[in-house]
Structures are given as structure tokens and as C-alpha cells.
Design a protein around this ligand. Structure first.
Ligand code: C5P
Length: 225
């Protein structure tokens, strides 16, 4: 057990957990782990190296040996800036397929643990509180209705001038939720010791405030927010 504090924020796709987690990390001066990026990187690496998405042993090798560099807002895979490629819907869908493979999850564990550095870590994903950091000081399950999440994703894509169809986005999100929740290993679900935060009706600032207040309550660490 590490004494370095962790806040685990889990939840479904497009729930806003990444934005909230990054802002909480910034407020506390903690490190930030976007664990979904590791699954997306493995999926992208597989695509670039011609590895099939059902080739478990090869995918696990790729996950183990990912040549990745995180630098401020940029992510480099084998020296290539892959930020935009990682955020594509195709990459998200492939990531969710390979994330159901136990050997891939195991291969990414040590890499995730390595983000636990002083003075603390805020980690977001699906299994941060249940599997990767079960001793986290605070566990939050951050969600929003599928309709609200599809609307947010639609707005994001429109802002980037990427064409999208709201009904298709809603279907894709529901498929991804179903796949992430039904898998045998580390399924997406609210654990008993996680606090529920539904952001369907509240904004980012209130969600960040909620996490910080609960962290203060759980640890006694004074947070200026
Ligand atoms: O969070 P994000 O949408 O980037 O994650 C992409 C996919 O990676 C998810 O749909 C999920 O299947 C998988 N994932 C996971 N466990 C995590 C983070 C992401 O299975 N901790």
C-alpha cells in the first residue's frame, strides 16, 4: 500500500470525467492519469502495426512495450504526436474492444501504478477504484444520462467542425456502455465505496467543487476552491 494519495474517478464514456479529473488534479497540484488514453494508445498501435484486435497475446505485448511519451497536453507514440488520432470515435471503439482482454489489462497495470507519484494522483477510467487503486482515499463514480453525454459529444465535434449524427452518437455510446459493463474483467459499475456524482444537471465547476469537498471530508486535507 502506498501512502501517496489517490482520487479515483470512474464512469462511462463522455461523462466529463476526464475534464473534471484534470481540473481536480490542477486544483490540488496532483498528477493526472487518463487511463483511457493507454487503452486508446494500445488500439492505435495495433492498427499502425497491423495487429488484429482479437490477437490477445500480440496486443498484450504491444501494451507492455508501448513507446509513449506524455508531455503537457501532447501524447507521442513512437515519436508521433497522436493526440487527435486518439480522440477519434474509431479509436474509442477499438479501445473498448481490446479493453475486454484480460492480458491487455494486466499488461497496462504497472504503467498505471507508475503514475502514483508525490504529492498525489487523480486517475480517471473505468476500474481506477475497483482494480488499479483499490486503496484510493476517494472514489467517485461520475456519470450522466446517455442522452446528455451524446449531446455533449455532438457539441464537441461540431465545435471542431467534424460532422456527426446525434442518433448515431447515442447508439455508439450505448453500445460502448453495454460492452464496458458486460465484460468479465473490471466491468464498468459503481462500486459500493464510490460516491455517485451525476452531472446530467450540473456544470463542470460544480462537479469539480463536489469532488474537492468530498476529498476534504475524506482526508481532512484543506483544499482552497
Ligand atoms: O475513457 P475513454 O473513453 O478514453 O476509454 C476508452 C475505452 O477504454 C473505454 O471505452 C473502455 O473500454 C476502456 N477503458 C477501460 N478501463 C479504463 C479506461 C478505459 O476499460 N480504466
Amino acid at each position: 500500500m502506498s501512502r501517496i494519495p489517490v482520487i479515483a474517478i470512474d464512469g462511462p464514456s463522455a461523462s466529463g470525467k476526464g475534464t473534471v479529473a484534470a481540473l481536480v488534479a490542477q486544483a490540488l497540484g496532483y498528477h493526472y492519469l487518463d487511463s483511457g488514453a493507454l487503452y486508446r494508445l494500445t488500439a492505435l498501435d495495433a492498427q499502425q502495426q497491423g495487429v488484429a484486435l482479437d490477437d490477445a497475446p500480440e496486443l498484450a505485448q504491444l501494451a507492455l512495450n508501448l513507446e509513449v511519451r506524455f508531455e503537457a497536453q501532447q501524447i507521442y507514440l513512437r515519436g508521433q504526436d497522436v493526440g487527435d488520432l486518439l480522440r477519434s470515435e474509431t479509436c474509442g471503439v477499438s479501445a473498448s474492444k481490446i479493453a475486454a482482454i484480460p492480458a491487455v489489462r494486466t499488461a497496462l497495470l504497472a504503467r498505471q501504478h507508475a503514475f502514483r507519484q508525490p504529492p498525489g494522483l487523480v486517475a480517471d477510467g473505468r476500474d481506477m477504484g475497483s482494480v488499479v487503486f483499490p486503496d484510493a482515499q476517494l472514489k467517485v463514480f461520475l456519470t450522466a444520462s446517455a442522452e446528455e453525454r451524446a449531446q455533449r459529444r455532438y457539441k464537441q465535434l461540431m465545435e471542431k467542425e467534424i460532422s456527426a449524427n446525434l442518433a448515431d452518437l447515442l447508439n455508439d455510446l450505448r453500445d460502448r456502455d453495454a460492452r464496458d459493463s458486460a465484460r468479465a474483467v473490471a466491468p464498468l459499475r459503481q462500486e459500493d465505496d464510490a460516491i455517485l456524482l451525476d452531472t446530467s444537471q450540473i456544470g463542470i465547476a460544480d462537479a469539480v467543487d463536489f469532488v474537492l469537498k468530498n476529498y476534504e471530508l475524506a482526508t481532512g486535507i484543506q483544499v482552497n476552491c
